[in-house]
Design a protein around this ligand. Structure first.
Ligand code: XMP
Length: 498
């Protein structure tokens, strides 16, 4: 049992996911019967046990929207100005499937030449024309391929060739997607601007998006107002209280206090202050790896804990600071303590496969927080570029890398007051993984297969088995670990899913 494996009286050693293997149990249900519903915090439940990390190459609003639609949750990183971070939260809250809430608008003074450049950069063809080219301003018209294709003089201004508002089919604010769809079908138009009574543009509905728009039955939504849930990270400086106020005003659902060593007086004070000022917001404290750290944060009022120190793919904390803990030991020990208080934990970092998520859940985590696993998907911030060998890549960097710390994340490492910035992370690249909407279903199906092999039909059943000592693990020798991976081939190709 996990109890036997992690009992420090016997092992005096730390283990991580790859040191362990779960022994199979008895299967009496299908893989689709496996229920992944789990607890993110005291009050938030997820249908997908995956959370995207608050890192500036992983989670902004596009990622948070995609994660919430897929049943997980995104945590907006804090390397942004207060206003920009609150705007990212607001974008998630405003999201309505099928509605483009911040379409790129153009001013009537723009020339066709300039529009051509914008089109080739963005890859789409229809644009609302608004006063000053800004969102939320009066809609003046629409330019689509039909208006622009046959004009030879590319110096012509859009005001001369756009379809003006008086000839456009529009709908009023408050309309739902079904009605918008009907209007598009009836009018045979490609784009439907949504405006207020005073003609201010509030959204755009595109026929192509409606065709793509699938149902998201697992979406993480508020039970009453149906808005997607979103979390955001903050630091522990007194000035971060202003950040909390702005995030609360943007209706954030959970605040993650982002620190590599969570058991500090700064964090204790921050948790107590948020819980007093904004009791409705869930507070995720951390990071911790020991029971004692965890107990301190829970006693301050934490609603969930983030577990992991120096084990992330981009981390150098264990090398530089000699502090941290092997992740399986950290997850098991902290979860055991937190469970006594009914506080869920997030296994943060070191996850590079669905199997690692199965192990994290088997050791008591409510969900896995992932950076590198999700980096390189199309919803992460940043542009793709090509390596010399022609591989499509995106940047992924530690929040403790020098570049990221210069943008503000040094507070995570208590580095704001020192003249010398000591890196606790690196900066690198990851390969294109496609969209979250294809990638998360692959991960969750992998997790379901793992749980089926173990014989657990739900996360709660898995964790009951853990507590009762019915979940069996074995430690793996180095040779056994090698044997558990691909071996003995001259070369091979790895396709993850189809
Ligand atoms: P993965 O393995 O998913 O890890 O890429 C992501 C987690 O690593 C933490 N993190 C860091 N830790 N130096 C560190 O020691 C860093 O520069 C750094 N950046 C992120 C963080 O907990 C994240 O969720």
């Amino acid at each position: 049992s996990a109890q036997e494996i992690f009992s420090s009286a016997i092992t005096k050693s730390g283990y991580t996911y790859d040191d362990l293997i779960c022994l199979p149990g008895h299967i009496n249900f299908g893989v689709h019967d496996v229920n992944l519903t789990t607890r993110f915090s005291r009050k938030i439940t997820l249908k997908t046990p995956i959370v995207s990390s608050p890192m500036d190459t992983v989670t902004e609003s596009n990622m948070a929207i995609a994660m919430a639609l897929e049943g997980g949750l995104g945590v907006i990183h804090t390397n942004l100005s207060i206003e920009a971070q609150a705007n990212e939260v607001a974008r998630v809250k405003k999201f309505k499937a099928g509605f483009i809430i911040d379409p790129v608008c153009v001013p009537p003074t723009m020339t066709l030449e300039e529009l051509d450049q914008l089109k080739s950069k963005l890859g789409f063809t229809g644009f609302p024309v608004t006063e000053n080219g800004q969102m939320g301003r009066p809609l003046l018209g629409l330019v689509t391929k039909r208006d622009t294709d046959f004009i030879t003089d590319r110096k012509t201004r859009l005001s001369a060739i756009m379809t003006p508002l008086s000839q456009l089919v529009t709908e009023k604010e408050g309309i739902d997607l079904k009605q918008a769809n009907e209007t598009l079908q009836k009018s045979k138009k490609g784009k439907l601007p949504i405006i207020t009574n005073t003609n201010l543009l509030v959204a755009l509905v595109a026929r192509t998006d409606i065709k793509k728009n699938v149902e998201f039955p697992n979406a993480t939504k508020h039970p009453v107002n149906k808005e997607l849930l979103v979390a955001a990270a903050i630091g522990t400086r007194p000035a971060d209280r202003e950040r909390v106020r702005a995030l609360a005003a943007a209706r954030v659902d959970a605040i993650i206090i982002d620190s590599s060593q969570g058991d500090s007086v700064f964090q204790h004070e921050m948790i107590k202050w948020i819980k007093k000022e904004f009791p409705e917001i869930q507070v995720v404290a951390g990071n911790v790896v020991t029971k004692q750290q965890a107990k301190h944060l829970i006693e301050c009022g934490a609603d969930a804990l983030r577990v992991g120190m120096g084990i992330g793919s981009i981390c150098t904390t264990q090398e530089v600071c000699a502090c941290g803990r092997a992740q399986a030991s950290a997850v098991y020990n902290v979860a055991k303590l937190a469970n006594l208080y009914g506080v869920p934990i997030l296994a943060d970092g070191g996850i590079s496969s669905p199997g690692h998520i199965v192990k994290a859940l088997s050791l008591g985590a409510g969900a896995a927080m992932c950076g590198s696993l999700l980096a390189g998907t199309s919803e992460t911030p940043g542009e793709y570029f090509y390596s010399e060998e022609g591989k499509r890549l995106k940047r992924y960097r530690g929040m403790g890398s020098i570049d990221a710390m210069k943008k503000g994340s040094d507070d995570r490492y208590f580095g704001t007051t020192s003249a010398i910035k000591v890196a606790q992370g690196v900066s690198g690249t990851v390969q294109d993984k496609g969209s979250i909407h294809r990638y998360i279903p692959y991960l969750t199906q992998g997790i379901r297969h793992g749980m089926q092999d173990i014989g657990a039909k739900s996360v709660s059943e898995l964790q009951d088995m853990l507590q009762q000592g019915h979940l069996r693990f074995e430690l793996r020798s180095t040779a056994a670990q090698r044997e558990g991976g691909v071996h003995g081939l001259h070369s091979f190709e790895r396709k993850l899913f189809d």
